[in-house]
Design a binder for this molecule. Structure first.
Ligand SMILES: C[S@@+](CC[C@H](N)C(=O)[O-])C[C@H]1O[C@@H](n2cnc3c(N)ncnc32)[C@H](O)[C@@H]1O
Length: 560
């Protein structure tokens, strides 16, 4: 950040300015794709303090582009516009910067008038945009699902770039893998053609809560599907190398490397954007060794987690301070104990077992015998009702609950009340290593975890096999190969769409049977035999190596 302003304001307008070295990298990758021309028009539609326009000028000089540059910028923020103009004047770089909302101003730009766009567009989520504005953007720009302010900026690009013109886009890497990211993936892979992709992971190249990515794309249609260089950079917990490539050189090198950056070891993986013909597929870095391994596992896969059962998120109250807590006895008025139910949160879950629960309870006003959400008769719970009334202002402020035809004192996503009693697999949404546990306590699961009901799975043995694969080294490698991105400090986000892809080996091999027995021991005893975890790793490998039909015929019938 170069301007001093409150964090809330930054969030609302998506202002996180690009640091110089990253701006230079983005500008160089973008401009080096432009062919010879007498004149080049380069646009930053949300230019902030002008760093990307200045970087474009530096890159044009460094690349010895023999062209007259027309650098054009827009920004909503008048202070940023003034600063950008002053910085450009001080650097002797001619620019035209207009204070305007680019989403409106772009209508006056000629079609296909621009040779290159270099942009770090505002990143503002639907919650901050407001539902109404998000819907307006969706219909105007043909977007779907949860719209982010980045989406309309990207949607405009094919209209304003000349044929063959280049987009250099710096944005959150989330679009590559999330459902909502389909808006950006669709434009980038259907209207444009990606020519280089960089997932900058937790390199901290960028001072924002989001992890950044760069996509360089050409304004041309390539019907051949995705296939371009793709590199990723994530911190690795190992000794920092003393010498070697800089991070930016490693990102464009031919082979993988580990580099030192800001005193940390960063693993740079170099491959290609995995081929996909539909934007609903997430973007994945494909590389030779990983691809061979993945296809060997896939050919030994019986079913995936998603084939077996639905993966559900835990409850979402949208007013946790009212519904969730530890010391209910100190609250007044006091809700009745029958409605205060044990709650599993991410703090309680370890691999295999839910640990000692931290006495967190949720006020859950639903009938636990009913498969569908059914409120209890609150007249029978006067304590709980007075407690909820004492928080009425806060709870009634959740307009979407009331507009959804619900009572103002309801939990937003309570899930199916009758399912809690059955055993379930539970795992936290974010953790460094896999933490899939079997819970047999009947507790409710909080929204910071996911769960899979053993009733849906259909057999406890199969649930144990799922735990064994998910918690194994093979499971983790598979997850990393298909998902490919992490959060800061090596933490993984266990997203349902990737957990659903985790593979299960064919059930009728000796290795699978032994694996289920080992998993049973691991979920039952707090202090399992040392070495059992290594045994699980070995057995998971063996179960997949056994493959289809290569195992001896089952002695006691098929396992599931
Ligand atoms: C992420 S910052 C990027 C600034 C600059 N391009 C950089 O990389 O340093 C996004 C910028 O978008 C601006 N902005 C937000 N909404 C805008 C809009 N509708 N039209 C133009 N600029 C907008 C903000 O004021 C902010 O300066």
């Amino acid at each position: 950040m170069t301007l001093m302003e409150p964090a809330a304001d930054r969030k609302r307008h998506g202002k996180h300015y690009t640091p110089l070295d990253l701006a230079d990298f983005l500008a160089t990758r973008t401009l080096s794709r432009l062919g010879a021309s007498d004149r080049l028009t380069i646009l930053d539609p949300a230019c902030g303090d002008g760093e990307l326009l200045l970087a474009a000028h530096r890159a044009a000089v460094a690349l010895e582009l023999d062209a007259e540059l027309e650098l054009v910028g827009y920004d909503l923020d008048p202070i940023a516009v003034t600063i950008a103009r002053e910085r450009a004047a001080a650097a002797g770089v001619p620019v035209q910067i207009e204070q305007a909302d680019f989403l409106t101003a772009s209508r006056n730009l000629g079609a296909h008038a621009v040779d290159a766009v270099i942009t770090n567009p505002p990143y503002v989520r639907t919650q901050q945009l407001g539902q109404e504005f998000a819907q307006k953007l969706a219909s105007e720009f043909g977007l779907q699902g949860r719209v982010d302010l980045t989406h309309p900026f990207v949607a405009i690009m094919p209209k304003i770039l000349r044929p063959g013109g280049i987009l250099g886009l710096l944005c959150s890497n989330r679009f590559m893998t999330t459902k909502a990211g389909v808006n950006v993936r669709r434009i980038l892979q259907t209207d444009l053609t990606p020519v280089e992709v960089f997932d900058l992971g937790d390199t901290r190249l960028f001072d924002a809560a989001v992890l950044p990515a760069i996509v360089i794309a050409a304004n041309e249609r390539d019907t051949g599907g995705l296939d371009c260089p793709f590199s990723s950079a994530y911190e690795k917990s190992e000794a920092v190398p003393h010498a070697g490539l800089s991070l930016f050189s490693a990102l464009v090198a031919e082979t993988d490397s580990t580099v030192s950056h800001d005193g940390r070891a960063i693993a740079v993986k170099v491959g290609r954007l995995a081929h996909s013909s539909t934007p609903t597929d997430p973007w994945r870095l494909a590389h030779a060794s990983g691809d061979t391994w993945l296809s060997s596992i896939e050919s030994a896969t019986w079913k995936t987690f998603g084939d077996i059962a639905k993966i559900r998120v835990g409850i979402k109250t949208t007013a946790d301070a009212v519904f969730i807590g530890k010391n209910w006895e100190s609250r007044s008025p006091q809700p009745e104990a029958e409605l205060l139910l044990p709650l599993i949160t991410h703090d309680d879950v370890a691999a295999w077992r839910v640990g000692e629960m931290k006495s967190m309870k949720v006020l859950y006003p639903y009938d636990l015998r009913k498969p569908k959400r059914t409120l209890v008769d609150m007249r029978e719970y006067p304590g709980a009702m007075s407690y909820l009334e004492s928080h009425a202002e806060r709870l009634k402020g959740r307009k979407y609950v009331i507009e959804g035809g619900r009572q103002w004192y309801e939990i937003w996503v309570p899930q199916r009340p009758a399912d809690w009693a059955a055993p379930k697999i539970v795992f936290p949404d974010i953790s460094v290593a896999a933490q899939f546990a079997l819970d047999e306590s009947g507790a409710i699961v909080n929204g910071d975890c996911y769960w899979i009901s053993v009733t849906d799975i259909g057999s406890q043995e199969l649930a144990l096999l799922m735990l064994a694969v998910a918690n194994s080294s093979l499971g983790q490698r598979y997850y990393d190969e298909v998902c490919g991105n992490k959060l800061y400090a090596g933490r993984r986000r266990w997203m349902t769409q990737y957990v659903a892809r985790l593979p299960l080996p064919f059930p009728d091999s000796d290795a699978t049977r032994d694996l289920v027995a080992a998993a049973r021991e691991l979920v039952r005893c707090a202090d399992p035999e040392p070495g059992l975890l290594r045994t699980v790793d070995t057995l998971v490998e063996a179960a997949f190596a056994a493959g289809e039909g290569s195992a001896p015929p089952p002695s006691e019938g098929t396992l599931f």
